[in-house]
Design a protein. Sequence first.
Length: 174
Amino acid sequence: MSESPTPEPGPGTTTITVPSPRRVLTTLALVVPLLLAVSAAGFFVGQGTRKSDDQVARESRAAAAQAVAVAVPRAVKIAVERKGAEDKAKRLRIMERAERRLKARHRTVLRRVVRKLKKSGDRKAQLAYTSGSSAGYSSGREDGHEDGVRDGIVTASDDLSCSDDPDVAFLPYC
């Protein structure tokens, strides 16, 4: 038989070459130990740089202490500010209550004083009215008496030409 010529690859065909099994095995025999050596070296280097359990615990405690050192002053400051605000609100309520009581007391005292002054003023007005009325009545009575005496003398003296009374000045002395 005659061998058929291998077709030449054309522009649309691809040729795949398969390596021989012996070549694959030699490559694997060289690459696998190399990879194992690199892996082992990485493992041992990682073990050497790994922190011990004691060192991890120390760093953890130090981080916790640092967090507490930051958090406690902040918490204390917040608590002090809150307590100060509560105390201020309490003082304001106490002062407002005291002011309301004082104003109520002042109103009560003021009403009492006004009531006493009104009574005193009414009493003084009544006394002044009574005194004025009495003085006016007495004064009017005296004035009326004097006018009556004068009118009586004038009327009675129409018939007189003289008087021996020293108080009668308008008639000649007898």
